[in-house]
Design a protein around this ligand. Structure first.
Ligand code: F6P
Length: 337
């Protein structure tokens, strides 16, 4: 049996994601309901380094379940990558009497958490860490789903639906860039949902003729006079793609980069509910001395898994959805041009 946890620090780190507040709320209230104190660490790992914290009680997280962004602020910390930064963070943990940290963010956040717990063990001040996956990119190896993805998809879909109205009226081609860093999940889910003419994702090597030109041609032959090309930010340069479309088929596309708008807004039901369950499970794992874990969704179930193993996992990008997209775009029946 490890030492009884009596005070948990909670932080959000990396890019914010809608639903992070719901996760913070769940951590705070689940901790309090078990008689465990909770301290909010502000500005990610930087806050632990510089002792930037707030005491959390049940009302600190009132009326936040429906809010985008993160009330704890967030940051990407260079200093925390260094042992010297981790030692400063440990000094804050000791000062505040924190013996567990719940870190909400992406795999960079989890790598930080693991480094902290290892360093803590080395210096004889054990700290349990638990990770909650939150990123709009949905690119964390161990978890099928990450908090924020659903809301970001819905936001992008709403924007593209609006774009379609004007593209349709002017019979234009739109090239829209969506976020996702090195992953194409956001672009693919959004592309399917808006009925995109073509979707470019980093997981599929681009053949411009096959993936863009031919798709637009087929759509035109099927009667369409406006075209929606969705590009994952990791798949190519939207200006260049637009220029190439112009050069090769004479259309004059309009480029829209949705950018950070996809990270904001009220979290969807899925994100609120997932975040609430993950926050609860993270605290449960810590209270039962099953820390150094990540809460993840796997095959429809929510589980906790060893953080080191979780970090070693790679997400298999299934092309099934791409095949569905292909079947549902305006190309059906036109076998050859
Ligand atoms: O990881 C989330 C994300 O929004 C990515 O989709 C994007 O590439 C990146 O963060 C943008 O980072 P920043 O907010 O630092 O510009």
């Amino acid at each position: 049996m490890g030492k009884q946890v009596n005070r948990i620090g909670v932080l959000t780190s990396g890019g914010d994601a809608p639903g992070m507040n719901a996760a913070v709320r769940a951590v705070v209230r689940s901790a309090l309901s078990r008689g465990i104190d909770c301290v909010g660490i502000r500005r990610g790992w930087n806050g632990l380094i510089s002792s930037d914290f707030i005491r959390m009680d049940t009302s600190s997280v009132s009326h936040v379940v429906n809010k985008g962004g993160t009330l704890l602020y967030t940051a990407r910390s260079e200093e925390f990558r260094e042992v010297s930064g981790q030692d400063k963070a440990l000094a804050t943990c000791k000062l505040l009497g924190l013996n567990a940290i719940v870190a909400i963010g992406g795999d960079g956040t989890f790598r930080g958490a693991l480094a902290l717990s290892r360093r803590a063990a080395e210096v004889g001040y054990p700290i349990q860490v638990a990770g909650i996956p939150a990123t709009i990119d949905n690119d964390i190896g161990c978890s099928h789903y990450t908090i924020g993805f659903d809301t970001a998809c819905n936001t992008a879909i709403e924007c593209i639906d609006r774009l379609r109205d004007t593209m349709q009226s002017h019979e234009r081609c739109s090239v829209v860039e969506v976020m996702g860093r090195h992953a194409g999940y956001l672009a693919l889910y959004v592309g399917i949902s808006v009925g995109a003419t073509a979707v470019l994702i980093p997981e599929r090597e681009l053949d411009f003729e096959r993936d863009v030109v031919e798709k637009i041609r087929r759509a035109r032959l099927a009667g369409t006079t406006h075209y929606m090309v969705v590009v994952a930010e990791g798949a190519g340069n939207t200006m260049e793609i637009s220029r190439q479309i112009n050069e090769e088929i004479g259309l004059d596309p309009r480029v829209t980069v949705l950018g950070h708008i996809q990270r904001g807004g009220a979290p969807s039901a899925r994100d609120r509910e997932t975040a609430s369950r993950m926050g609860y499970m993270a605290v449960q794992a810590i209270a039962e001395n099953r820390g150094n874990c990540v809460v993840a969704t796997q095959e429809g179930r929510m589980v906790t898994m060893d953080m080191e193993e979780a970090l070693a996992m790679k997400k298999e990008f299934s092309m099934d959805r791409y095949d569905i997209l292909e079947a549902l775009t305006n190309n059906g029946g036109l076998k050859s041009l």
